[in-house]
Design a protein around this ligand. Structure first.
Ligand SMILES: Nc1ncnc2c1ncn2[C@@H]1O[C@H](COP(=O)(O)OP(=O)(O)OP(=O)(O)O)[C@@H](O)[C@H]1O
Ligand SMILES: [Mg+2]
Length: 717
């Protein structure tokens, strides 16, 4: 079982005028990679709150009372906003019920899809540059220290050389990238031209052809167009000829199209070439002055990489390895030394302290923890890196107090709503609305202690784990190359546009090139939801959370969107959390189902468990209220209303609406009873001493019908 997301004992409340509303009360579930988990329950059962907790977009009056949400080795409830930033939208994307709320009405669809891609590219470049510089300085210091400063001059030279040829490679690569993206942009203009011509749209043919010729002339780059020089010149002549031959009056398109098609072929050939290995070529050029770069790319790659290995890289790797080892050992000693300190910190945070003392202690221990981080470990140790913010947030929360202040509360509500909207539109939001809440101090202290404990345990494991320094050094060098290459990797508007058009096709928008320039109001509801899905997919997320994505749509469109989500799941190996109040919607798409009632999961199992062997009376109620195409029977609405979650009932929250309720249901919370390895339900009916209650006839009848249908289907197959 490969779990991509784990939610453990999550508890979320809201501070309201009337008191603390307990929206999610201790729920746990796993999402497996490539699977769909459905969360099903009535309005107000806590489905959206759960989804928002995973996205880190809960409102300002939220209190996370406890629990963990593990993703990618991190607890999403404890990481900093800066880290969340790399996860939200990028790794975990969300689609809401109303597509319009996620789209900007006055911005063209195409722009809304490309926006996120372009912004991300810019941020990535800046970050890569910083990372490269800091990491190289760190490596240098450790290389020098590892020999007690004896070979400082030699190391300095080596690192300088490394930096210099990385820079040289960047220059070469940058020039290549510019030419390559210009070629791609031209390619996309040419495609647009051909598409519009095929639709008999009016075109300024002469101006377009002149523009093509002009752009083609500027494509010069040895590595990209070197071997095409001759053909480019011929193509330019041919374009001039086409301009001269075309007359708008006669509109003789055939020769024009022939020329433009040829141009497209040429551009495709140019764009599809293998990219040279610039890291090595940069070094080759620098240290083999006058080297012949005019070789075919494959040959050049080979010569350059051999040259790099023989002349420099082996020595550099050897020296770098010493630095890597040194950095590791230093950090390891500090890790060993900090264990007793962490123990002391744990005692401190468990005891009595005031705000000033708490802050001081948090700062002191965080500083010591910083010293235990191996900064040359390029896969960052998230437990250690998030320690500072987790402890200091913990202390802040413990002592934060605002008097009830309606104006302040309104401000929170407004800011949170604004932030939600921006996030829904795929914008990158760096600011956070800080929950200004106090909650049981013992609990909050417990959270701090937990952070300290987690680090201790993590370090104890770490100390015992052996390390392969050759591999670590190799990985580090690869990381340098990657970062250096990211610095010059620029996504242009043309590239982002092509990507958007591909995505629009993928989500089933016809004629995406025409649709690209339309506004949201020109799309139907179903199409809008497809666009929202395209925006969500733009960053290649691993998890897609769908919060009632089809509720606002009519039945046929609804099933089309469900089919689309299923198709994307298969093709992209997406893991999906699908939220709905209608069990019927997920019958054909869920692998696992969690049934929620009043902030708790009351039954959890595979889709078969829930549909063919339901055990909780609430699941029965949901199933009997589910429309069934084969019967004309009137639906059984679930009687009564869900409880007030400011004062949740003492026992099973569903007891008051449950005709099978036992006395104990009103008195004591039922625990989970395990029915099979995959299936569990929280109802006292499953207790061995409970009176026997048969599954209602309506349900058994339905199961019988489903079974008959299944058998029939199998026989037909
Ligand atoms: N910011 C908030 N402040 C106060 N209460 C809130 C807040 N957000 C949600 N709630 C309450 O938390 C409970 C769970 O809400 P949630 O949105 O998760 O319900 P849901 O299961 O998604 O229902 P629906 O099907 O109506 O979308 C509800 O009682 C809701 O009123
Ligand atoms: Mg909801």
């Amino acid at each position: 079982m490969d779990k991509i997301l784990e939610v453990k004992d999550l508890k979320v409340s809201f501070r309201t005028q009337a008191g603390t509303l307990k929206a999610v009360r201790d729920i746990s579930f796993d999402l497996e990679r490539g699977k769909t988990l459905a969360i099903v329950g009535e309005s107000g059962s806590g489905k959206s709150v759960t989804a928002k907790a995973i996205q880190g977009i809960l409102a300002g009056n939220t209190i996370i009372e406890g629990g963990e949400i593990f993703f990618d080795g991190k607890d999403l409830l404890k990481i900093s906003e800066e880290e969340f930033h790399h996860i939200r939208g990028d790794k975990i994307a969300m689609i809401f019920q109303d597509p319009l709320s996620s789209l900007n009405p006055i911005v063209k669809i195409g722009k809304q899809i490309t926006e996120a891609t372009l912004l991300k590219s810019k941020l990535n470049r800046r970050e890569a540059k910083d990372e490269f510089k800091t990491l190289l300085a760190e490596l240098k210091n450790n290389m020098i220290e590892s020999e007690n400063g004896k070979n400082a001059d030699k190391v300095n030279d080596m690192v300088k050389t490394f930096d210099k040829f990385m820079l040289e490679s960047n220059h070469l690569e940058n020039a290549y990238n510019i030419a390559s993206t210009n070629a791609q942009d031209l390619d996309s203009l040419v495609e647009d031209f051909l598409f519009l011509a095929s639709k008999n749209q009016k075109l300024d043919v002469k101006a377009q052809l002149r523009d093509f010729k002009n752009r083609l002339g500027k494509l010069k780059n040895h590595f990209l167009t070197g071997k095409f020089d001759q053909r480019i010149e011929e193509m330019k002549d041919e374009l001039s000829g086409a301009v001269a031959a075309y007359s708008p009056k006669a509109n003789n398109m055939e020769p024009v199209l022939e020329t433009v098609n040829k141009l497209e072929d040429l551009l495709n050939e140019i764009v599809e070439q293998k990219k040279p290995d610039f890291t090595n070529i940069g070094y080759y050029k620098l240290y083999c002055q006058g080297a012949d770069l005019n070789k075919p790319v494959e040959e050049l790659n080979e010569v350059a990489s051999k040259f790099t290995d023989e002349h420099f890289m082996n020595d550099f790797m050897e020296a770098a390895k010493k630095g890597v080892e040194h950095s590791y050992n230093k950090a390891l000693e500090n890790k060993k030394a900090i264990l007793p300190e962490l123990k002391k910190a744990r005692e401190f945070f468990n005891g009595e302290f005031d705000k000033k003392e708490g802050k001081k202690a948090a700062k002191e221990i965080s500083e010591k923890v910083d010293g235990t981080i191996d900064k040359l470990e390029f896969i960052k140790d998230s437990t250690a890196y998030t320690f500072r913010s987790a402890v200091s947030n913990g202390v802040d929360k413990l002592f934060y107090f605002i008097k009830r202040n309606p104006k302040e509360e309104k401000r929170f509500a407004r800011q949170s709503a604004r932030r939600d909207r921006m996030i829904a539109r795929g914008k990158t939001v760096t600011w956070k609305v800080v929950p200004k809440v106090v909650y049981p101090p013992e609990q909050l202290k417990g959270n701090i202690v937990q952070v300290v404990d987690r680090l201790s345990e993590h370090y104890e494991d770490y100390i015992d784990t052996p390390v392969d320094f050759d591999k670590r050094t190799g990985d580090l060098i690869d990381h340098f190359k990657e970062e250096a290459s990211l610095v010059v990797y620029r996504v242009t508007k043309g590239m982002a546009k092509e990507k958007a058009i591909k995505l629009m096709k993928e989500v089933g928008i016809h004629e995406p090139r025409l649709r690209y320039n339309q506004y949201p109001f020109e799309f139907s509801g179903g199409m809008r939801q497809r666009i929202v899905i395209a925006i969500a997919l733009a960053a290649n997320p691993e998890i897609l959370i769908c919060d009632e994505p089809t509720t606002a749509l009519d039945v046929t469109i609804q099933s089309q969107i469900l089919e689309l989500i299923n198709k994307l799941k298969e093709e992209r190996n997406l893991s999906i959390i699908f939220i709905t109040h209608d069990l019927g919607v997920v019958a054909n798409m869920a692998d696992d189902i969690a049934v929620m009632y009043a902030g708790k999961i009351v039954e959890y199992g595979t889709a078969d468990d829930i549909f063919y062997d339901p055990r909780h009376p609430y699941t029965w109620a949901l199933l009997s209220s589910m429309p069934d195409l084969d019967t004309k029977e009137k639906l059984d609405a679930i009687p009564g209303t869900p409880p007030n979650m400011i004062y949740p009932p003492q026992g099973d929250a569903f007891a008051a609406r449950n005709k099978y309720a036992l006395k104990i249901d009103f008195e004591e919370q039922p625990p989970f009873f395990q029915i099979s390895e995959t299936h569990r339900a929280a109802t006292w009916l499953l207790h061995p001493d409970a009176p026997k209650v048969d599954t209602p006839k309506a349900i058994t009848d339905r199961i019988a019908r489903m079974n008959a249908k299944r058998m029939g289907g199998e026989q037909n197959a």
